[in-house]
Design a protein around this ligand. Structure first.
Ligand code: 8YV
Length: 317
């Protein structure tokens, strides 16, 4: 029997590509690199495999009449037009849970890095400035007030870690979570006004676009730090740059950016921000687990079995 044709719409690591090639006929990013070759195979493509930040718009799906399934390697799937997929009864899967620890670890690391100025301190030693005098005093994180924007699985993992640092924990989310012991605020601005560190870990997409705006940043204030491990789209990047430049917030730790992998020069020039290149889930073991789940969802679909991790919209249909 011939293997199902799968369009790979992301740059996947070799171990995932090997597994996909073993079980499927893989067309790697043909839609971006070779439109003529893509047009020739498009009628045969039965599934798309892509990354958390890949774009799978309605227009791409419309070119694929045989499309049956979309498997996203990532917990976030805001680049996929899920409504368009559901209209066609095309299930979408993602890779929740397996990355909770890593993303939560990185959120704590960025809080510490921004407050304790760890990259700057590292540079201080490398540039041999230490003999000239001690490194300037930094900001204490233990015992400070943490606000979490989005108390899903990763938000809860961040809260657990922050509790070990003696931090007080509050959150905002679409609705209050009765099973969670933390203080709830109905908006990001109300939360920001009460905390020292504001960590953003809410899904991307239209519902949260530019939710962290000038008003929220001003509520966080000149002693406050912003950490974003969600999506660049959730933060008004221009407003953030202005707040950092003008000292209206103390600093930021950012793993995601609007327009990434391009990062504005204005952000790269600032000394009160720590920048990482979207590495929230980027450890070997977690990426392996995400790859395995991405593959397992495809295999389950073509075996006629329930998907191990369909997105909530599909489960709720
Ligand atoms: C990855 C992510 O960058 O899970 C997500 O939503 O953003 C990240 O883990 C990406 O999905 C890897 O393909």
């Amino acid at each position: 029997m011939s293997k199902p044709d799968v369009l790979v719409a992301a740059k996947f690591p070799p171990y995932l590509m090997d597994k996909l090639r073993r079980d499927f006929t893989v067309h790697e990013r043909l839609h971006e690199t070779d439109p003529a070759a893509f047009a020739a195979v498009a009628p045969k493509i039965r599934a798309i495999a892509c990354g958390g930040e890949s774009k799978v718009p309605r227009a791409l799906m419309e070119q694929l009449p045989a499309l049956e399934m979309i498997s996203v390697q990532g917990v976030g799937y805001d680049g996929v037009d899920v409504a368009a997929a559901l209209e066609r009864k095309v299930p979408v899967s993602h890779t929740p849970n397996v990355l909770n620890d890593d993303v939560a670890d990185l959120a704590i690391a960025l809080m510490l890095a921004a407050a304790r100025r760890i990259p700057q301190a590292d540079r201080y030693v490398r540039e041999n400035k230490w003999p000239g005098g001690p490194f300037p005093l930094a900001r204490k994180m233990s015992g400070a007030r943490l606000g979490i924007v989005g108390l899903g699985r990763i938000g809860q993992a961040i809260a657990q870690r922050a509790a070990a640092f003696g931090m007080s924990i509050a959150y905002t989310a679409r609705s209050q979570k009765k099973d969670q012991p933390y203080a709830y605020y109905p908006s990001a601005a109300a939360l920001a006004a009460q905390v020292d560190f504001l960590v953003v870990i809410t899904p991307g997409g239209a519902g949260t676009a530019r939710m962290i705006n000038r008003e929220v940043l001003d509520a966080l204030g000149p002693e406050g730090y912003l950490v974003n491990v969600a999506r660049g789209s959730v933060v008004d990047q221009e407003a953030l740059i202005a707040a950092l430049q003008e000292g209206r917030i103390a600093g930021a730790g950012l793993d995601v950016f609007d327009g990434e992998p391009q990062v504005p020069q204005a952000l790269r020039d600032l000394d009160n921000v720590v920048l990482t290149p979207h590495i929230g889930s980027a450890t070997g073991s977690t990426r392996q687990a995400m790859a395995d789940l991405t593959h397992a969802n495809l295999v389950a679909h073509f075996a006629g079995q329930p998907l191990p991790s369909a997105v909530p919209e599909w489960q709720a249909r």
